[in-house]
Design a protein around this ligand. Structure first.
Ligand SMILES: *Cc1c(COP(=O)(O)O)cnc(C)c1O
Length: 369
């Protein structure tokens, strides 16, 4: 049994640096100007990453990432709006479920879990049904790791005069998105993914004009991003109790993000992690589910070994005992498992995880890979 904290090779919560965890050792008052400056600085830095200061507000929200997705849809889609939901995995399904629960009209367009949605698909769908007001898209669908072609889809949506809502939870901070080039009403991400903060808050980059028009849309008091933003703009404070330690950790994580070299450096490290993982697993005979061209360097889905001696639970526990937390698969048709490439980890950590997997497969006498 390893005595060190395990490395989380998951899509969040993920491994954070000691410095980021250390930033949570202080208590902050929510009225304190020091804390409010921390929040303002976090929002400003987040807007810089996406080149969105001129066009968008950054509205932070307490809770996990899904809370922010639900808040964005509830706030920005009017009650008589209609959403085209693009689906190729579980997080796309969740977008549709949010629309259903909130009582917003929607239609879904679903492709296979290894098929990106294309701009041509979206063009055809919007042409055939002009009643759509919004399109909702997952950038990197974390249930497989597939990358959807956001810039092309965003251009088509804009050309039809429709509004785009993007769940970029698992890509923001690592894959480039430029708000001055990619038109969108809302882009949603969270503290505990590629920024390597701790989980506990989401944030929505909301187009300024769209947010200004959204007063009264929301079905919920706590999830109303228009109110959240208006209150914060007026007072500098969060509307309700802020996740103070999460904000402090994210602030510290952003300092390290910039020290590392910002988005391009974060992207390069994750791409290197992903390649080390793919190469190492391929050498063991383990096949990845997605072709390289549509694989985002965020999380990789692997086919499970065919051998009857393989059981995910046993495999997971044994790999964990060697210091690495993997993630179960999320596909309905094929048995898989997933390994994240994100978090405070580099190629040597990925290689060590591959070595642990190799040892475990030997221990389990799994031969038929
Ligand atoms: C992590 C993630 C979310 C948010 O999930 P939570 O469990 O609510 O944090 C949403 N969408 C995608 C694509 C994600 O990867």
């Amino acid at each position: 049994m390893s005595t060190r904290a395990p490395l989380l090779l998951t899509p969040g919560p993920l491994t954070t640096s000691a410095r980021t965890r250390q930033a949570m050792m202080m208590d902050w008052g929510s009225w304190d100007t020091g804390f409010n400056q921390l929040t303002a600085s976090v929002c400003e830095q987040l807007l810089t990453i996406i080149n969105g200061a001129a066009s968008h507000h950054c509205v932070p929200l307490q809770g996990s990432g899904t809370f922010a997705v639900e808040a964005a849809i509830g706030t920005l889609v009017p009650r008589n709006g209609k959403v085209l939901v693009l689906i190729n995995g579980a997080y796309g399904q969740r977008l549709a479920k949010i629309c259903a629960v909130l009582g917003r009209s929607y239609s879904t367009f679903q492709t296979a879990e290894d098929q990106p949605t294309t701009a041509d698909d979206v063009n055809r769908l919007l042409r055939d049904d002009p009643s759509f007001t919004h399109v909702a898209l997952i950038h990197c669908e974390t249930s497989t790791g597939i990358l959807n072609p956001l810039p092309d889809i965003a251009q088509v949506v804009a050309r039809h005069g429709k509004r785009l809502i993007i769940d970029a939870m698992s890509s923001f901070g690592a894959l480039p998105i430029d708000a001055s080039q990619v038109p969108f009403d809302a882009l949603i991400a969270a503290s505990g993914k590629c920024l390597e903060g701790v989980p506990g808050m989401g944030f929505v980059f909301a187009h300024k004009a769209a947010l200004a028009q959204a007063e009264g849309n929301c079905h919920s008091l706590a999830m109303d991003l228009h109110d959240q933003h208006a209150y914060m703009a007026k007072t500098g404070q969060w509307r309700f109790t802020p996740p103070t330690h999460v904000v402090a950790a994210l602030h510290e994580a952003l300092l390290q993000y910039n020290e590392e070299g910002g988005l391009s450096a974060r992207h390069a490290r994750y791409a290197d992690n992903c390649q080390a993982l793919l190469d190492g697993m391929a050498a063991l005979g383990l096949r990845s589910f997605l072709p390289a061209a549509i694989q985002a360097p965020i999380i990789v889905t692997f086919h499970a070994p065919r051998d009857a001696r393989y059981r995910f639970k046993d495999f997971y526990e044994r790999v964990k005992a060697k210091g690495f937390i993997l993630y179960p698969g999320k596909l309905t048709q094929v048995e898989t498992f997933r390994v994240g490439c994100i978090g405070c980890v580099d190629r040597s950590g990925m290689q060590a995880a591959v070595d642990a997997v190799a040892q475990v497969l030997r221990e389990m006498e799994v031969l038929d890979i």
